[in-house]
Design a protein around this ligand. Structure first.
Ligand code: PEP
Ligand code: MN
Length: 282
């Protein structure tokens, strides 16, 4: 039997709306978060920030501290990456979503992030989740790669119980027997999490599939399934990316996808505001 309380629909009949400055997550407007897997340089980040902000995307992702399977892989630019995120955010008017790897980094990341991302690998780090409950900024909580839906929602319960009600759930695929994709994206988890909980649910088809060509179809599927938004990895030069290039979209493809998604949003009773200038082009 599940022990869901604060996270459950029983606790709040109304859908929670998360406020991030002048933006909201969980209303009719879809929340689009896009950016590189990792911050690599000023040139890389600014080019991507310019590209996504010109489409009207309001949230930029980018890891400064990266949780990598291999200790020899690029670990992120750390504080330097956070500073770049902040300056790109100021220059291009996008909000920053970036990962906090553990309790010792909460204070540092807090100063640079608008939304703190908790990675799949940390979804069962209960002491850390308790600490995030004390933070007064929104938390984007990835589903653990081996978490059941109940375990994922209970991870959110830890954060709410600590006093932070601003949690956004993010489906990012789970480990299964199938090795033809990096993860198996669980589309059914999206409507189910929304059935069980009042929290907004977004989808990350980049980690969810690990394959660039699958990101657009799974984005459509996620919105059709009721997702409140998407987190997408996009890179100015995916072939040169220091992490996750194979699943990162090109800026051009991102533009095409966003245009098509706007129509899909309407079909799903949602909206997707695009930049005014960009709208004139279409
Ligand atoms: C990421 O978003 O780059 C990431 C590492 O995600 P996850 O924690 O879902 O693997
Ligand atoms: Mn990544």
């Amino acid at each position: 039997m599940s022990d869901l309380r604060l996270v459950s629909k029983q606790h709040s009949e109304h859908k929670s709306v998360i406020r991030v400055g002048d933006e909201t997550i969980g209303e009719k407007e879809l929340c689009m978060i896009a950016g590189p897997c990792a911050v690599e340089s000023e040139q890389q980040l600014f080019e991507i920030a310019e590209g996504i902000s010109s489409l009207g995307i309001k949230f930029m992702r980018g890891g400064a501290y990266k949780p990598r399977t291999s200790p020899y892989a690029f670990q992120g630019l750390k504080k330097e990456g956070l500073k770049l995120l902040k300056s790109a955010s100021e220059k291009y008017g996008v909000k920053v979503v970036t990962e906090v790897l553990d309790t010792s980094l909460i204070e540092e990341v807090y100063d640079y992030a608008d939304v703190l991302q908790v990675g799949s690998r940390n979804a069962k780090n209960y002491q850390f989740l308790k600490e995030l409950g004390k933070v007064d900024k929104p938390i984007l909580l990835k589903r653990g790669m081996s978490s059941t839906i109940d375990e994922w929602l209970l991870a959110a319960e830890y954060i709410l119980l600590g006093g932070n009600e601003n949690v956004i759930l993010c489906e990012r695929g789970i480990r299964t027997f199938d090795t033809s994709v990096r993860n198996t994206m669980d589309i059914a988890a999206i409507p189910l999490a929304k059935e069980l909980s009042h929290l907004p649910v977004i989808a990350d088809p980049s980690q969810g599939t690990g394959k660039r060509s699958l990101v657009t179809p799974m984005s459509f599927a996620s919105i059709a399934a009721g997702a409140d938004g998407l987190m997408i990895e996009v890179h100015n030069e995916p072939e040169e990316a220091l992490s996750d290039g194979f699943q990162s979209m090109y800026l051009d493809t991102m533009k095409e996808m966003v245009l098509a998604l706007r129509k899909q949003a309407e079909l799903s009773g949602r909206t997707l505001d695009l930049n005014n200038k960009f709208q004139e082009i279409i």
